[in-house]
Design a protein around this ligand. Structure first.
Ligand code: UT7
Length: 325
């Protein structure tokens, strides 16, 4: 029994914020952003448009492709750190919007690795026989936790959602492996300080900008490349494959330089590596399912292909998966 992806979907908000727009907001330039990150533009959710709304649209598109209804879904698991509320879980709101009354739903907090963590959970759920179908979602509205006066971070992030439907099948195709890691010693390098138990909500906290994300970009960069390379190699080795066997590498889209350094260290060619960071920036837990959906709809993922994916993010958390399409 394997958990197979039978449908993919994504949703990107309409509003496009270009590097030229950012030039008017902070002391930066289009050329600097492109040279350091590869990002050209990102999407920004509309006023009142929440993570659950974007997730629901992506999930509906994935279900439409899969030819299943909301009532066919046994589990909804979503990677997000920018949910509608601190609680309840945003996946419960998605469940309600979809009418997935036979599912149970929960969120996973693993930052940019959230989708791969969710996929791993759903894979275990299906292969252990606990249910037949799962909706696995990555959705984020980073635009509300970004400090739009901080040029170090505001250039990087965007909003969006992606989803896949996983189904248990007696098949050679499906999720072959998942590897997940974390190292909480690095929590401070990438985090959102407020408001939680450590820094409860306060006027002083707002003035100190605690609700906005903080990142030591340079430090994150170095560990990201090392970890993505190592965990990708582990996925290949576990399954007895090499880089030459990979049809598409679909990594977390944080920064073009991270992607290129990782691709090179893995000995993959540009043709093997799927990149869309220039269009959407870093949508955290949503980058991988959005990229999988785009690659799929472009016809780049063919039956029998080996798809490698890896992510790295706050926590630190990181992981990989190898999928037979
Ligand atoms: O999803 C996982 C989480 N995040 C990441 O993976 C992000 C990882 N890190 C990065 O992508 C990169 O570190 C950044 C893109 C954030 C920064 O690139 P960098 O090459 O590491 O630049 P830097 O932080 O070393 O800054 C170099 C210079 C600094 O000026 P000084 O101190 O050398 O005079 C910055 O103040 O660039 C300056 N700078 C900017 N200049 C123009 C920083 N941000 C900007 C900006 N525009 N937006």
């Amino acid at each position: 029994m394997r958990a197979r992806i039978i449908g993919t979907g994504s949703y990107l908000p309409e509003e496009i914020r270009t590097n030229y727009d950012l030039e008017k907001m902070v002391d930066t330039s289009h050329d600097w952003i492109v040279a350091r990150t590869g990002i050209v533009e990102r999407r920004i959710a509309a006023e009142g448009e929440c993570t659950s709304d974007m997730a629901t649209k992506a999930a509906q598109r994935a279900m439409d492709m899969a030819g299943v209804t909301a009532e066919d879904i046994d589990l909804i698991v979503m990677g997000t750190i920018t949910g509608d509320f601190p609680w309840p879980a945003t996946s419960c709101l998605v469940q309600a919007q979809l009418g997935a009354k036979n599912a149970h739903a929960y969120d996973i907090s693993a930052a940019c690795s959230g989708f791969l963590y969710a996929l791993s959970n759903a894979n275990d759920f299906i292969t252990s026989g606990r249910g037949k179908r799962a909706l696995v979602i990555g959705a984020e509205k980073f635009s509300h936790i970004v400090d739009w006066t901080d040029r170090n971070t505001c250039i990087l992030f965007g909003d969006g959602a992606g989803a896949v439907v996983l189904e248990g099948q007696e098949s050679e195709a499906g999720v072959l492996s998942t590897h997940l890691y974390s190292d909480g010693n690095y929590w401070e390098l990438l985090h959102q300080p407020g408001f939680g138990a450590r820094y409860p909500a306060s006027v002083d906290g707002i003035e100190a900008k605690l609700p906005f994300l903080r990142m030591e970009g340079n430090e994150v960069f170095k560990v990201a490349v090392r970890s993505l390379t190592k965990v990708s190699k582990e996925a290949l080795k576990t399954n007895g494959y090499t880089s030459a066997d990979v049809a598409q590498f679909i990594p977390h889209q944080a920064n073009l330089r991270i992607l290129e350094a990782t691709t090179k260290r893995l000995g993959l060619t540009d043709e093997q590596s799927f990149i869309n960071v220039h269009k959407y920036g870093n949508t955290s837990g949503a980058t991988i399912p959005i990229a999988i959906d785009e690659a799929n709809r472009q016809g780049l993922l063919k039956s029998g292909d080996l798809i490698l994916s890896a992510a790295f993010g706050g926590g630190f958390t990181w992981g990989s998966t190898l999928i037979r399409w």
